[in-house]
Design a protein around this ligand. Structure first.
Ligand code: ADP
Length: 280
């Protein structure tokens, strides 16, 4: 297995396909949001889904994002991942501003430099498991690295499953394939949107362990939106959103403290004051 537990092993920590490898100084954050707002609609009827978010996500970290329904989690994820454009402000991926990029450049960037894991797995049923893992490379128009796909399938505990179809796998296994797919391009950030939302407790635990391992062993950067305090406790840091603003954070979280903070947010009266703490 090419992956090692040694976090200082630079070859494994920086491994990515040759074609799209911007080299950043170690200090460059994976993602930075600068005064990001996102509003829907106009005038009196407009909804301010994000109200000016400043945030630095360092590389090699596992961040969970939580908040009550309607607090702006999805909008945050969409803007941070380049799937949606902020109304104002800027998002930087590896130090590069993506706010002003043309649509085709943005698509290219998403394909080659960002990995996605969705609640509903989003595997293509007509492709084999191995073909699904290789799909981001195919779409990005780079060489499909079958050996790497097999390594990743081994890493997620499915070494013998490459020739099967997603429909022959359990939900937990499909999500593990989705994690392998998200990692195939060696992305700078993996965004996971409720990755355990459709899974039983045991499969959820396995999936969270794999995301944790991607960070610890492969040096990946993971940002996960979740409503589950247990899932969030696998992260290094939990960010709390309310009413479109960052209102707090917890480092080295445990499920009880996350649940307590969430209970506070759900019962507190709005609008919540903008969090004035460290955004780094
Ligand atoms: P969360 O993911 O935390 O539930 P969202 O980011 O989905 O929150 O939504 C934040 C706010 O923005 C909510 O008030 C929601 O109704 C609103 N919103 C989200 N998407 C749209 C949209 N496409 N059009 C209008 N309002 C939207």
């Amino acid at each position: 297995m090419a992956l090692r537990r040694d976090r200082t092993h630079t070859e494994t920590r920086t491994r990515r396909p040759r074609s799209e490898a911007p080299a950043h100084p170690a200090s460059t954050p994976a993602i930075e949001l600068r005064s990001v707002t996102r509003s829907y609609g106009r005038g009196a009827a407009s909804v301010h889904a994000l109200r000016g978010m400043d945030l630095v996500l360092p590389r090699g970290g596992f961040t969970a994002v939580m908040g009550p329904s309607g607090s702006g989690k999805s909008t945050f994820l969409q803007c941070a991942a380049g799937l949606d454009r902020p109304t104002s402000g800027d998002v930087l991926l590896g130090g590069e501003s993506i706010a002003g990029l043309r649509e085709d450049r943005l698509t290219e960037l998403r394909r080659s430099r960002i990995g996605f894991v969705f609640q509903s797995f989003n595997l293509l049923p007509s492709l084999t498991v191995a073909q699904n893992v290789l799909l981001p490379q195919r779409l990005a128009g780079v060489r499909q690295d079958r050996r790497r796909a097999q390594e990743l399938l081994t890493e997620v505990g499915l070494p013998e499953h490459g020739d099967r179809r997603p429909g022959q796998l359990s939900g937990g296994q499909q999500q593990r394939v989705a994690i392998a797919r998200a990692l195939i391009t060696g992305p700078e950030v993996v965004f996971a949107d409720e990755p355990t939302g459709a899974l039983d407790t045991r499969s959820a635990h396995e999936v969270l362990g794999l995301l944790r391992r991607a960070v610890d062993v492969m040096g990946a950067t993971v940002v996960m939106v979740t409503h589950d305090p247990v899932a969030a406790s696998h992260a290094d840091r939990v960010l709390f959103l309310a009413d479109g603003a960052l209102v707090g954070e917890l480092h080295r979280p445990d499920p009880q403290s996350v649940a307590a903070r969430m209970a506070d947010l759900t019962t507190s009266s709005f609008p919540v004051r903008q969090y004035a703490g460290s955004a780094a």
